[in-house]
Design a protein around this ligand. Sequence first.
Ligand code: NI
Length: 174
Amino acid sequence: MKEFSSSGVEDAAFSAPFDHQQPGRLRLRIHPDPALRTKAAPVERFDGNLQAIIKEMMNLMRLHEGIGLAAPQVGIALRIIVAEIGSRPIALANPEILDSSGQQEMVEGCLSLPGVEVNVVRKKRVAIDGIISRGKRIRLSVSGLAARVVQHEIDHLNGVLICDYQRASRTEAE
Ligand code: NI
């Protein structure tokens, strides 16, 4: 996810295809790249390759001044998300929302949809479960912006983009 206030960043520097031997060459996918519509599969191997992917996703997210990134956005159809809110980085494999409450509406951006801003209603608080890089399962309760980012990134794992919410509520769009 990209914060509404951030400025756009070109991704021209990332033109090489992904190579599992060289995760340093991940490239940010831009809508309508079909990778963004793929339903990602659960991570099954918690090894050095996963850690390399997470590290590179974190680097790309920071480079593009994002606050969240999901693996399908770099062409990897695995359930991995990274986020960094208020200088607190987190990376989770196989994240699941266990419980949620409240509602909040906010304008969102997405690194894969440059220039697009959509007002999205999401849950205010979510309890999530996921696996950190070395295979340990954790549970987290998050609220506000962190809850929003988690929901946005989990949407990516299911091939859902913010423009889908725009279609659902045309009146706010144009
Ligand atoms: Ni996004």
